[in-house]
Design a protein around this ligand. Structure first.
Ligand SMILES: NC(=O)c1ccc[n+]([C@@H]2O[C@H](COP(=O)([O-])OP(=O)(O)OC[C@H]3O[C@@H](n4cnc5c(N)ncnc54)[C@H](OP(=O)(O)O)[C@@H]3O)[C@@H](O)[C@H]2O)c1
Length: 284
């Protein structure tokens, strides 16, 4: 029996990966690697304690695991070291393949604040000698649709991405791709650039919100500094506001665009339409 383990399994992406993987392999083959096993009870698979920042605990938790999905940590700034801890432990524990969630076009991305740690991890994976698959995930559409209620309340969708095209996809689409790659063969030492089928601008997104609500919600493009100030005004801590504004400035340079359609090829269906996720955000 081949065991597949998933880190970050209690996170938003991880939960969806476990659910999708359960449709492809028996639940008994899946192990959730989590900081807090109590939080993993609803996943319906075995859970083991796993904290990227506690290196000595990692290799024992990986005993008997053949395939590992390393979901990138959300602790920006500590991630390169944390991911190196996991890769070292996987090697020690005899893991055969690591699947890693990286960033779209990590090697050339204008979103340098995020790309650096992903590039470090990709390099560590290649240097490890382990078989790897790198899933360079594009933006989650939910990153933008989370602002839909605020845009409706405020009468405009704010951003700093100009008229750049954005090829985001639903978290569930990326999760399904991860499950396909974990359960299947032929993905050895491959790097996949994953993005949504339907590229849109933030004006297109605002138009879709307007269409679904029957209200006029225009897109208002701001400079990076103006957008950071606006986000801070909405109550975001200054560093987070600056980071989100910087991501949009990267988007303005095309960092979130890709037209390879590899994600839909992997999952065997079109990625979730923008309109579906806007409707979901309006119902929330
Ligand atoms: N493509 C995109 O648009 C996008 C957007 C945001 C983030 N990301 C990246 O993609 C990852 C997955 O996205 P998501 O939406 O699932 O994020 P999320 O909901 O924040 O989940 C992050 C997961 O990482 C786990 N984690 C954090 N620090 C850890 C540590 N020290 N040891 C072990 N586990 C740790 C968390 O554990 P707990 O459950 O215990 O908290 C959580 O399960 C993020 O972590 C981030 O690297 C991508």
């Amino acid at each position: 029996m081949s065991t597949i383990a998933i880190t970050g399994a209690t996170g938003q992406l991880g939960q969806l990966v476990v659910a999708s993987l359960k449709t492809k392999v028996p639940a008994s083959q899946i192990v959730a690697l989590v900081r807090n096993p109590a939080k993993a009870a609803s996943l319906g698979v075995a859970a083991r304690t796993f904290d990227y920042s506690k290196p000595e605990t990692l290799a024992p938790a990986l005993a008997g695991v053949q395939t590992l999905l390393l979901i990138s940590s959300n602790e920006v700034g500590q991630r390169a070291a944390q991911h190196r801890n996991v890769i070292d432990a996987a090697k020690k524990a005899g893991v055969q393949r690591i699947v890693y969630t990286s960033l779209l076009h990590a090697d050339t991305s204008a979103i340098t604040a995020l790309a650096g740690e992903h590039n470090d991890t990709e390099a560590a994976l290649k240097a490890s000698g382990l078989t790897y698959t790198i899933l360079r995930n594009g933006w989650y559409t939910e990153n933008y649709t989370a602002s839909v209620p605020g845009a409706v309340a405020g009468g405009a969708f704010l951003g700093a991405a100009g008229d750049a095209k954005i090829s985001s996809a639903a978290r569930a689409d990326y999760a399904e791709a991860a499950a396909v790659v974990l359960a299947g063969a032929g993905h050895e030492n491959k790097i996949y650039e994953l993005s949504g089928d339907q590229a849109y601008t933030l004006s297109d997104l605002a138009a879709e919100i307007s269409r679904q609500t029957g209200k006029n919600i225009p897109y208002k493009n701001l400079t990076e500094a103006e957008y950071a100030a606006a986000l801070k005004g909405f109550g975001l801590p200054a560093p987070a506001a600056a980071a989100y504004a910087n991501f949009d400035a990267g988007a303005a340079q095309g960092a979130l665009f890709d037209d390879g359609h590899i994600l839909s090829k992997l999952i065997g269906r079109p990625t979730t339409p923008l309109a579906t996720l806007v409707a979901k955000a309006l119902k929330a």
